[in-house]
Design a protein around this ligand. Sequence first.
Ligand code: S3P
Length: 433
Amino acid sequence: MHTATEERLIRPAKNIYGSLRLPGDKSISHRYGMLGAFAEGTSRFTNFSTGADCASTLACMEALGASVARPEDGVIEVTGVGGKVNQPAGPLDCGNSGSTMRMISGLLAPQQGEFTLIGDASLTRRPMKRIQTPLAEMGAKITLTEGHAPVMITGSKLHAIDYTTPVPSAQVKTCVLLAGLQTEGTTTVRESVRTRDHSELALRAFGARVDRSVDSVSINGPQTLSAIQAAVPGDISSAAFFLCAAAIFPGSQLLLDGLGLNPTRATLLDVLTSLGLQISVLNLEDKHAELVGTVQVTSPAAGLGSTSVTGALAAQLIDELPVLAAIAPYTRGGIRIRDAKELRVKESDRIALVVKNLRAMGAEVTEHEDGMDVPGNQQLHGATIDSGGDHRIAMAFSVAALRASGDTLIQGSEAANISFPEFFSLLDFVAER
Ligand code: S3P
């Protein structure tokens, strides 16, 4: 069981106003850190994620022989192992990070050595069979305990496969591509919903050839990677909390610059637009094929309308659904979420926890196995929130708390450190009281 250690009191706000530049994207930082540590040479990344998850990736890669220097705040220099990792002295601790565990497993399966990947209680509850299945199909020796971590890998030569992911998952896609990178022949991953493509873009940035079609990605191994210099775009999943906070106060104005706007990640902007938010995107730039820009939002005087998130949209918005659900009572017509069963196997059961915490704040909500219905036009009251040790739950309800009547206590608020240690101070900075 998770034990909450820190609490945060969130007072209601009148408005959201200001401009922010957000720390580096978690997904991209994982990939740049991991590939830099595997490549030949020294890579340098600015605006690298400050979250504990990316620190777990870097620590695992150091245990595998890479070296990591932090010359300044937000800057890291990673000297890679040149395609061949060292035998680590002990288990690789992935902490709370599913991305670390699933992606590194693919990197290690074709290497020489014995590797054990472990994680915290939350990560140990999460499904790992989804990576074991394709890796075993490639010939990997990988064992789990009843479908869960520890992940035990005895490295061996693999063969290329053509794999269709049963559940859309960028982590699983990446796992297979990282094994394919080191395996003779063409490894292909097919997906029914296009998941975030940071791995494909990052592999290309590091010099690999990756071929893409509408619904598949192929890599012809073996290939080597060379070091790069890159600035990590601001994290749009972190921006989601501020965008949603701005959205619930008519007249809010918020500007976010240097923000990652990769089309496979920016679906929230479409959904918020459909709810009535005015969004302009300026200064678009391409950084190693990642789109970066400035987002300016103004919240409508008439408040937010209603929306429904189902099908492919639910998969693409999966990390943003907790905060969308948390602000749904403040819309006029409510928000309906379906096809989001994956939420139940994230850092927590995010459907159960969102429902529980919305009810604690006095909201009416109907829970479904794969989503929820949150009616609009509801005024919430301050309450004690259980973060369940889940960063996105802690932050989502801090946003809902801004428009509640009375104060809200977020229990286990330190969970925000997993992806966004600066969250509470930045929220204080833009929330006008
Ligand atoms: C991620 C992929 C998603 C997402 C997670 C980060 C990634 O998980 O929820 O926060 O960086 O590839 P799945 O691959 O399980 O969908």
